[in-house]
Design a protein around this ligand. Structure first.
Ligand SMILES: [Zn+2]
Ligand SMILES: [Zn+2]
Length: 429
């Protein structure tokens, strides 16, 4: 009763990854490159999820372990239809601004997805009905993800996923690897030349955690559920496009976690897994930047709820107003960690609830028709106010000049210096 093979167990290749990281950083002669990932085909037991789902019934009386006096809860009931992820038929959203509230405990039949407010960065906790936990990214190394997990009583992460090696995604994972028990770590296999990335590898090695590299089509078991890999490309030219993209389905409710995947990765997914992209809840890619969430991709996902993670009053311009506009245009209710704090979605597989930590005034409506204009701007044209990334430059010197002219170390609104060492876009020639 073996399922499809799990990929690329590469525990012993971590030192090779470190080696590659140094080589890419120019610290070792290129001729010394000898990276050999040791791959083992594993098999997994394919869970019979239907039995579990059939056993789960929605019970209003014990539905929510949530303090309704201090949280904003939105309840959605999903219309029963054949396999389609239909739009919510009821939305009750009593606006009650609050200071802090989190789910107090886990109901046995409920799946929880926590989009944690880690400031500028991404971190998502998943708790399954069986008590399994997954953590996708950990924000910067500011201690916030770990503190949240500890406040939630999480002592073990069964599956840790690093979507891609940028510091606002893996920095906090180092802290979690150091403080908590971690079952396994998954990445795309993409490497980076930063100290943060090296500390991430060191933490995996020190904690002796099994390390795997995901490929499209893989399914990471999480109890009786699966995290299905829709994208993972270690060779993408832009690190954001190496992002591991995962889909999690629980009954009729599904989630799509996109890391920082940008248009190139979105188009690849549209070409390869378009029929798997639909999701009730979308974790909006790249903090709501204009470089992601193309209209074609959003049309394929058709989320009812869209959640981005971004620091309050961040200097990167995240989220882009055009992204918010595009999400609303397709009918999604938009939440952001900058506006709502930590956002927790709880579902029994039929209905789902959105709980926000607090509310801020709604995002200012942007001028119309800016969205398509901003998409067509990308390479080489006037991007003076738009977010830039390293793929916008041909040489490191060019990126460095732009970096210094736009704030330099300590400010870096375009986040070209992910490891904060004063050098922008180190992997450019
Ligand atoms: Zn990134
Ligand atoms: Zn990011």
């Amino acid at each position: 009763m073996c399922g499809k093979p799990l990929p690329r167990r590469a525990q012993s290749s971590l030192n090779a990854l470190k080696h590659r990281s140094r080589v890419l950083g120019g610290k070792i002669l290129p001729g010394l490159i000898s990276l050999a990932l040791i791959c083992f085909a594993l098999t997994i037991i394919n869970p019979v999820r239907q039995n579990l789902l059939a056993a789960i019934g929605w019970d209003e009386s014990n539905a929510l372990p949530i303090n309704t006096a201090t949280a904003t809860i939105t309840t959605f009931e999903v219309r029963e239809t054949n396999d389609s992820l239909s739009t919510p038929t009821v939305a009750v959203a009593p606006p009650s601004p609050t200071t802090h509230a989190v789910a107090e405990s886990s109901d046995k039949s409920l799946l929880e997805v926590h989009v944690i407010d880690v400031g500028q960065g991404d971190s998502i906790l998943i708790r399954t009905p069986e008590g399994k936990t997954a953590l996708i990214d950990g924000g910067y190394d500011n201690g916030r993800a770990l503190a949240y997990l500890q406040a939630e009583g999480v002592t073990r992460i069964d599956v840790m996923v690093a979507s891609h090696p940028h510091a606002d995604h893996i920095g906090g994972l180092v802290e979690v690897l150091t403080a908590l028990s971690v079952g396994e770590v998954w990445t795309s296999g993409a490497t980076h030349t930063t100290g943060t990335y090296e500390r991430f590898l060191d933490a995996i090695i020190a904690a002796k955690v099994p390390y795997y590299e995901a490929r499209r089509g893989d399914a990471i078991p999480l109890g009786s559920l699966n995290l299905n890999i829709l994208h993972s490309d270690p060779n993408a030219s832009e690190l954001n496009n190496t992002s591991v993209v995962l889909r999690l389905a629980y009954g009729r409710i599904s989630f799509l976690f996109t890391g920082d995947a940008e248009h190139a990765a979105e188009y690849e997914m549209l070409a390869t897994v378009r029929d798997q992209l639909s999701a009730t809840v979308l974790k909006v890619a790249h903090h709501g930047s204009y470089t992601s969430s193309s209209p074609e991709f959003l049309a394929a996902v058709q989320p009812a709820v869209a959640i981005y993670s971004a620091g309050r009053d961040n200097t990167y311009g995240h989220p882009h107003p055009g992204t918010i506009q595009a999400l609303r245009r397709i009918g999604a209710t938009v939440y952001g960690t900058d506006e709502h704090g930590t956002i927790v979605i709880t579902t029994d597989g039929k209905n789902y609830h959105v709980q926000t930590e607090y509310d801020r005034p709604p995002i200012q409506a942007p001028p119309t028709d800016t969205w398509h204009d901003s998409i067509s701007l990308i390479p080489g044209s006037n991007l003076s106010i738009a977010d830039r990334d390293c793929s916008d430059f041909t040489t490191q010197a060019e990126a460095q000049a732009f970096f210094l002219a736009n704030g330099g170390p300590g400010r870096d609104p375009h986040r070209l210096d992910g490891d904060n060492d004063g050098i922008a876009c180190e992997r450019l020639p």
